[in-house]
Design a binder for this molecule. Structure first.
Ligand code: ADP
Ligand code: ADP
Length: 219
């Protein structure tokens, strides 16, 4: 069954309707791209999936449950949403704090640092990292619970070429392991290179839900 189910999701901020009755499902074992122009409602939808935003209407299920109902949510779903780091702590201390508050063994911190290539800067202050390194730290946090579902909001934005290739390869590998990867972008060219399936939105509404090849041949 679907790893993520968005059901008639609506989110309003005052008079702005960011998401407008949006429904779709995201399946495991592939990379699903979430495509739409800036302001389409992608981040709002992703925040709703991880319970950071309360929907005005509708609901979102991850692994069959609402995010707030998940026990140890980071073990089910990891998210790279906003890469800015405000903590004055080191990279390692930041991840260790996150692990402890989620009952994840400390040993996992070393594993994810290795996985994202941050072992050498583990003792540096997280706040001082370059954008590319901060992006890797965000991915490390998202992978900390070894989750089956991964959300990445515009992960290649502002990255250098090496970082872009790294993120693309990582997403493919996670999907090949049978995990669910849901990644947003405002660039069709990026989605064509990484996604298997596409959810396309505009002004908070669903425009397309199809394989990338089907979408490209129809448009
Ligand atoms: P996207 O991620 O596709 O660029 P967003 O979900 O960030 O789109 O934004 C959708 C709409 O909701 C935009 O019009 C945006 O200005 C508005 N919006 C998003 N977050 C907020 C917020 N916290 N307060 C007010 N308006 C918001
Ligand atoms: P700490 O106090 O060590 O910073 P918190 O338990 O307060 O840790 O968690 C806050 C951090 O967790 C933020 O950096 C936030 O981006 C991250 N975070 C929250 N939810 C998720 C998630 N689902 N996946 C990955 N990181 C998350």
């Amino acid at each position: 069954s679907a790893a993520i189910e968005v059901r008639r999701l609506t989110k309003r901020y005052g008079r702005t309707t960011a998401v407008d009755g949006l429904s779709f499902e995201v399946q495991p074992g592939r990379v699903t791209g979430f495509l739409g122009p800036n302001g389409a409602g992608k981040s709002t939808t992703m925040r709703a999936i991880v319970g950071l935003d309360r929907p005005t209407d509708g609901e979102v299920l991850v692994a069959g449950r609402r995010y707030e109902q998940l026990e140890q949510p980071l073990r089910h779903v990891g998210a790279l949403l906003d890469v800015s780091v405000h903590t004055g702590r080191t990279v390692r201390a930041h991840l260790t704090g996150l692990a402890r508050s989620n009952r994840i063994p400390d040993a996992r911190v070393g594993e994810v640092l290795d996985l994202v290539g941050l072992t050498d800067v583990a003792g540096k202050r997280a706040k001082g990292l370059s954008l590319g390194m901060a992006q890797r730290l965000g991915v490390a946090a998202a992978l900390l619970g070894d989750p089956q579902v991964l959300l990445l909001d515009e992960p290649v934005n502002g990255l250098d070429p090496e970082g872009i290739l790294w993120i693309r390869a990582l997403m493919k590998r996670l999907a090949a392991e049978g995990r669910t990867v849901f990644v947003s972008s405002h660039l069709m060219s990026e989605m064509a290179l990484t996604a298997d399936h596409l959810i396309v939105i505009g002004q908070g509404r669903l425009l397309a839900d199809s394989s990338v090849t089907e979408f490209v041949s129809r448009n």
